[in-house]
Design a protein. Structure first.
Length: 246
């Protein structure tokens, strides 16, 4: 009986993760990029005072309030469960371009003197899936950036994500994908359909030197498995090829 229970536990644990060809190509989705170049990044989790310039406690009078407003916005648009699966990475304070940013200038931390905005970055965790996004709030606590996660009142299944193997099977059976390979799979958000989607990109086969490329990109609805968008990413890339051996 003990062996059977162990087997069942292992089977259930394994089945919660994608196990199929190309499932290992699941990557970190979204982005944690800063909203503005003219900003000071304030960190919540300081472990090395040399590594990080700015402890968020220096602006706690402002940051506690803005993080509370951000939490209120997120929970209202989604729910408590979604918020509990978020990790706050940092809070960037965006200053007007006319302000010169020097971290050692303590007067910059008196935020009431400036027309600033806050760029708060989060990482969403759903089993083995990670998705990063940022939200911008003005100094009055109003969200002024684009939506980066679903409105749960209009999509009750927003956080019930399909297995990436299903998304991969949808892509691989598409006639446009014939004889191509998968590059990466990552979670993204499409505001037009109010849903998380699996972004599946084609693996490029580039020659040495500089060349133009066209990469197939598929967006598979992570709630319904429907192909929402097919597009192409075009660009120019330089590949340095080094010969190994004589």
């Amino acid at each position: 009986m003990q062996r059977i229970l162990i087997f069942l536990f292992l089977t259930m644990s394994t089945s919660s993760f994608s196990q199929c060809a190309d499932s290992s190509k699941l990557d970190f989705g979204g982005t944690l990029a800063s909203k503005s170049r003219n900003h000071i990044p304030f960190h919540l989790h300081i472990t090395d005072t040399i590594q990080y310039c700015c402890d968020i406690r220096k602006i706690s009078k402002h940051s506690d309030w803005i993080l509370s407003k951000a939490k209120e916005f997120i929970i209202t648009r989604s729910n408590n469960s979604f918020y509990e699966n978020l990790k706050i990475n940092q809070v960037d304070v965006n200053y007007p371009d006319s302000v010169e940013i020097l971290y050692q200038n303590q007067w910059l931390y008196n935020l009431s003197k400036f027309n600033i905005s806050y760029w708060i970055t989060y990482t969403y965790y759903n089993k083995n899936i990670k998705y990063g996004f940022g939200l911008e709030f003005d100094k009055n606590g109003k969200m002024i950036s684009e939506n980066k996660f679903p409105d749960f009142s209009k999509n009750k299944r927003a956080d019930i994500l399909t297995d990436i193997c299903t998304a991969l099977s949808v892509v691989k059976t598409d006639e446009r994908f014939s004889k191509k390979e998968i590059d990466v799979v990552e979670l993204e958000y499409l505001d037009d359909v109010n849903s998380f989607c699996w972004l599946v990109s084609e693996k490029l086969k580039l020659k040495c030197g500089t060349s133009q490329y066209s990469q197939d990109i598929y967006f598979i609805n992570a709630n319904t498995n429907k192909l929402e968008v097919f597009t192409k990413r075009n660009g120019v890339m330089t590949v340095d090829c080094v010969k190994i051996g004589r």
